[in-house]
Design a protein around this ligand. Structure first.
Ligand code: SF4
Length: 74
C-alpha cells in the first residue's frame, strides 16, 4: 500500500502525482510543487485475467509526515 495516503504532503507532492499518473488517475487536478526527499517506489508486475498489470506504490520516504486519511481530502 502507498504510504502517501496518510501523508501531509499528498496534495502537493511531485512524486505522488507521477505515481498516480502511472495509475491513470483522473483526480489529480493541481500542479504539485513539493519535491520529497528520497522516496522509494515499489513496482509490482503481475498477471490478472490473462493480462499484465503494473502496480506502483511509494513504500518509504524521508519527507513523510503523518496525517491519517489525508487522501480523503483530495
Ligand atoms: S510520503 Fe513522500 S512521496 Fe508520498 S506524499 Fe508524502 S512526501 Fe510525497
Amino acid at each position: 500500500m502507498c504510504i502517501c495516503i496518510n501523508c501531509m504532503y499528498v496534495n502537493n507532492c511531485v512524486t505522488y502525482q507521477k505515481v498516480m499518473k502511472q495509475h491513470c488517475s483522473s483526480f489529480i487536478k493541481s500542479q504539485a510543487k513539493f519535491n520529497p526527499s528520497q522516496p522509494i517506489i515499489s513496482v509490482n508486475i503481475y498477471y490478472y485475467k490473462k493480462s499484465m498489470e503494473i502496480d506502483w506504490d511509494i513504500i518509504e520516504c524521508l519527507s513523510f509526515l503523518d496525517s491519517p486519511a489525508r487522501w480523503v481530502k483530495l
